[in-house]
Write a protein that binds this ligand. Structure first.
Ligand SMILES: CC(C)(COP(=O)(O)OP(=O)(O)OC[C@H]1O[C@@H](n2cnc3c(N)ncnc32)[C@H](O)[C@@H]1OP(=O)(O)O)[C@@H](O)C(=O)NCCC(=O)NCCS
Length: 183
């Protein structure tokens, strides 16, 4: 098995002139970040909506991923402002695959192309720097923004989990997507 030590401390990926992805540590957690996770409009297409977040739960989560050997949790920054998160993980170094997830918590940054650009940058890092070959993701079928982001970044639909989850009292499908590196 190939083992790879993730060099996460102060890892920064430049996305464009104003946007960067930086590994998130406990020092960067804030009440604003907690408030995203308690905002139904932000979390309604994620499992996060079932949890009540506090600074303590957020810090525990950030710490857990910071010290994980198989995950990288990035903060998405517009200049110095923390506007969201993007997670690469869990990473499986035996199969060279990983999951990905993202949230832009500051809603005034939605639909400006930020997640699409960040995900392209993250995939490039995962493939070139970590040698990963496959990235997996999933979304609620009615999460049109996430569907567009993933399609724009080269993910294709690999499966549909029929009637898999409850969304506002209706049973809906989960969509399973994947990105395969050609390199
Ligand atoms: C879903 C989410 C990540 C999209 O991020 P974003 O930065 O707004 O995405 P982008 O700006 O890169 O959008 C890509 C495309 O989707 C479109 N889009 C974004 N949000 C949309 C929405 N709610 N409905 C329809 N289209 C949407 C954009 O206009 C853009 O279209 P274009 O390529 O034709 O210009 C963001 O809305 C979010 O964080 N939502 C809450 C958490 C969440 O749902 N996370 C994903 C769980 S799978």
């Amino acid at each position: 098995m190939e083992t790879k030590t993730l060099k996460k401390k102060n890892l920064t990926l430049k996305v464009d002139k104003n946007i960067t992805l930086k590994t998130l540590s406990i020092e960067e957690t804030s009440e604003a970040y907690v408030s995203w996770l308690n905002d139904y409009e932000v979390t309604k297409f994620t499992e996060q909506k079932h949890c009540k977040s506090t600074l303590k739960t957020v810090q525990d989560f950030v710490n857990q991923l910071y010290f994980s050997e198989n995950d990288i949790l990035f903060g998405v920054y517009h200049k110095a402002l923390h506007i969201g998160n993007m997670r690469l993980g869990p990473i499986n170094f035996e199969h060279l695959n990983a999951g990905v997830g993202y949230i832009i918590g500051e809603k005034n940054y939605w639909a400006k192309g930020i997640t699409s650009k960040c995900l392209k940058t993250l995939i490039q890092y995962a493939v070139k720097d970590l040698g990963l070959k496959k990235i997996n993701a999933a979304y609620y079928e009615n999460n049109l923004g996430s569907a567009k982001v993933l399609k724009k970044c080269g993910f294709v639909i690999e499966g549909v989990k029929q009637s898999n989850i409850i969304f506002e009292k209706e049973r809906i499908n989960s969509i399973i997507v994947g990105y395969v590196s050609k390199k």
